[in-house]
Design a protein around this ligand. Structure first.
Ligand SMILES: CC(C)(COP(=O)(O)OP(=O)(O)OC[C@H]1O[C@@H](n2cnc3c(N)ncnc32)[C@H](O)[C@@H]1OP(=O)(O)O)[C@@H](O)C(=O)NCCC(=O)NCCS
Length: 153
């Protein structure tokens, strides 16, 4: 795993859409994030196996979206390395806080972000039921609300 290289996506390089869609089933949302944000990829042996995107939201604040690890590589610490890389990137770009949002049913993601130092700062009730046409279930729970987390840099 030590040969994982995390780097910005090159200007002439295609974004890893299949990976990005693991984190958000809406292609429209993903395409909008890519237009507005900076995409970083985790690559091993020339293969992109992980991704995240940072988008500007409010002054001094950047949001982490679309963190994803290829299914066959999940559960081995790569997600944590991508999130910690995003924290360092946001800090080195001079932002003061990094935000992330996830579903009320995304228990592993809630664990991951909190282990990386994020704290829960709010809830956007019914965000998913309002914005996604199909119901999303994870861990036997209907994904309805967006849990907002923040890390002060
Ligand atoms: C969420 C995701 C990025 C995590 O990446 P990962 O490489 O699997 O995660 P890691 O191995 O780094 O695990 C980090 C923490 O997440 C949690 N976690 C990850 N996989 C888990 C699993 N199968 N069961 C329980 N907890 C798990 C654990 O708390 C773990 O911490 P630990 O190492 O201290 O036990 C990855 O599973 C993924 O791409 N999922 C689909 C896309 C997605 O949901 N993105 C997030 C949108 S908000």
């Amino acid at each position: 795993m030590d040969d994982l290289n995390i780097r910005p996506l090159a200007a002439d390089e295609e974004a890893p859409m299949a990976l990005l869609l693991l984190a958000d089933p809406s292609r429209k949302a993903v395409e909008s994030y890519l237009r507005r944000g900076r995409c970083y990829v985790g690559e091993r042996a020339g293969r992109v196996i992980a991704v995240y995107v940072l988008i500007d939201t409010r002054p001094h604040t950047v949001e982490l979206v679309n963190v994803a690890v290829a299914e066959a590589e999940q559960g081995r610490g790569i997600g944590k390395r991508m999130v910690l890389h995003a924290v360092e990137t946001a800090r080195s770009l001079g932002y003061r806080s990094l935000e992330v949002g996830t579903g009320n049913s995304s228990l592993n993601q809630l664990a991951l972000y909190q282990k990386c130092g994020f704290r829960i700062v709010g809830v956007d009730p019914d965000f998913f039921t309002r914005n996604y046409p199909e119901p999303i279930y994870e861990n036997g729970i209907l994904c309805r609300d967006m849990i907002r987390l923040r890390l002060d840099l």
